[in-house]
Design a protein around this ligand. Structure first.
Ligand code: NAP
Length: 464
């Protein structure tokens, strides 16, 4: 039997998902003393997941992390296999025949739903649909949003909701030099929106947004935030939640909201309203969204984190556009344990659990293992935990039957699947940058998978 990770043969690891957690896990694995080879599987032809398709186009700085991922990808012990869907094109059981360990890093790509009446009405959208659309995600390229309404409602007060509010209210000048798609830029230019209302079910102190993100809403060219001073009156319990270093962001949030409540008259065209202590109970409309009905809440004191209870009083707001932004959940892969209530693969310190038992050779990292929280860099810390678990287990791993990437590719070829390599991706990358240059943008993303695959072949193949 060959010894994994020695000179006799390297330890072979498959990573599922080429987003931030996948790259951080790969980086950490490749830095280990054991000899390790890593293959990253990605269902889209393009890598970088959340950074390419989730981060807002005007958050250019956050996207700079791609340079680090590119450096990781240049390691000769790493291969990228794009446009391969694990669980469909190749099962996890099959993967295990070619790899000594599999690490699931596919993120959390589904929206959490409210589960209220009217959610499927025309004019009601999820965060994933809107963000995927303006960021050029191939699955959402054909979404259509009716921006001819004057009022939009967003449910949820996390940073994703702040992204949605900001992009909805940005001017052409603010967006035209970003990598937002041409289609989204043109559609938003025609928008008749005047008001965006962001609703949270708890109070201003409990809101999930962070100071930098709400500060941005006060610095927009043609839009300004509106906060009702009355909403900022705090109970003693809420005051207690501001104290301490871990709560310093809440103190800052509160100060920013106070400054918004005290703003003088503003001539900017659009407004973003913050509302608190409101739970949506129904989206009303005959076949499209006409209004949203809310129950007014009160905070219920509880140690650490206050919850809410309905007061039995209701209010409504007329609107034509409705967005749900209440967090993300993972999507199960056939044959892999999954917790539907948490939207994650159950695990202990990165080891995938079947009940209480860890499955040998199966690991998880990032949002699919911990839930959708934290910033891009949080994945780095979680990657270290998962890699530590794998290294600790490495002596006991059952070696795979066929330690060869060529053999996996042969199997995929027999199914008419030709993985996109990192060199192929760089062809797409160069092409997008070239398209972007024409309009002064960092890139114009390709959103059609067939076009991406043909551009991936390189300029010579394209011109034939
Ligand atoms: P999030 O931070 O978890 O916020 C979810 C929001 O939805 C909260 O306000 C939550 O309220 C509310 N909510 C949940 N269930 C609800 C329900 N049934 N009814 C009404 N409201 C409900 O999630 P997110 O905004 O999707 O962000 C995900 C992660 O990405 C976060 O860690 C975020 O900071 C990060 N992110 C960062 C940036 C950035 O750094 N610029 C940008 C985007 C996202 P409760 O608190 O009451 O549950």
């Amino acid at each position: 039997m060959s010894i994994l990770g020695t000179n006799e043969r390297p330890l072979r690891v498959a990573i599922v998902g080429a987003g931030p957690s996948g790259f951080y896990v790969a980086d950490d694995l490749l830095k280990q003393e054991l000899r390790i080879k890593v293959d990253i599987y990605e269902k889209l032809p393009a890598p970088f997941g959340l950074v390419r398709y989730g981060v807002a186009p005007d958050h250019e700085k956050i996207k700079k992390v791609i340079k680090i991922f590119e450096k990781i990808a240049s390691n000769p012990r790493l291969s990228f296999l794009g446009h391969v869907t694990v669980g469909r094109d190749i099962s996890v059981e099959e993967l295990r025949k070619f790899y000594d360990a599999v690490i699931f890093c596919q993120g959390a790509e589904a929206d959490r739903n409210l589960g209220i009446r009217g959610e499927s009405l025309q004019g009601s959208y999820t965060a994933t649909q809107f963000i995927g659309w303006y960021n050029g995600h191939p699955h959402y390229k054909d979404c259509q949003f009716d921006f001819f309404h004057e009022v939009a409602v967003i449910i949820g007060q996390g940073n994703v909701a702040m992204d949605i509010a900001r992009i909805l209210n940005s001017t052409q000048e603010e967006l035209s030099k970003t990598d937002i798609t041409k289609k989204a830029l043109e559609a938003l230019a025609e928008s008749k929106l005047k008001e965006v209302h962001i609703y949270g079910r708890r109070g201003p102190i409990q809101a999930a947004f962070t100071p930098n993100e709400i500060k941005e809403l006060g610095q927009m060219a043609d839009c300004y935030p509106v906060v009702d001073l009355k909403d900022l009156e705090l109970s003693q319990e809420s005051r207690n939640e501001i104290h301490g270093v871990v709560n310093s962001y809440r103190q800052k949030n509160y100060e920013i909201l106070q400054s918004y409540a005290n703003l003088p008259y503003d001539s900017r065209k659009r407004k973003i309203f913050f509302h608190f202590l409101r739970t949506p109970v129904e989206i009303v409309g005959s076949n499209k969204v006409e209004k949203v009905r809310f129950e007014i809440n009160e905070l219920v004191p509880e140690a650490g984190q206050q919850t809410v209870r309905g007061t039995g009083q209701f209010e409504e707001i007329p609107c034509g556009l409705f967005f749900t932004s209440i967090g993300y959940a993972g999507v199960p892969i056939l044959g892999v344990p999954f917790s539907p209530s948490k939207g994650i693969i159950p695990n202990r310190l990165g080891r995938v659990l079947n009940g209480q038992r860890a499955i040998s050779g199966w690991y998880v990292s990032g949002w699919i293992g911990h839930g959708a929280s934290g910033v891009i860099g949080t994945n780095k810390i979680r990657a270290e935990e998962t890699v530590r678990a794998l290294i600790e287990d490495s002596r006991d791993l059952v070696p795979c039957e066929n330690p060869s990437t060529q053999a996996v590719k042969k199997l995929l070829k027999s199914r008419n699947i030709e993985p996109v390599t990192f060199i192929d991706w760089k062809n797409i990358d160069a092409y997008e940058i070239m398209l972007g240059l024409r309009s002064g943008k960092p890139r114009e993303k390709l959103t059609d998978i067939d076009q991406m695959l043909s551009v991936a072949q390189g300029p010579q193949k394209l011109s034939n």
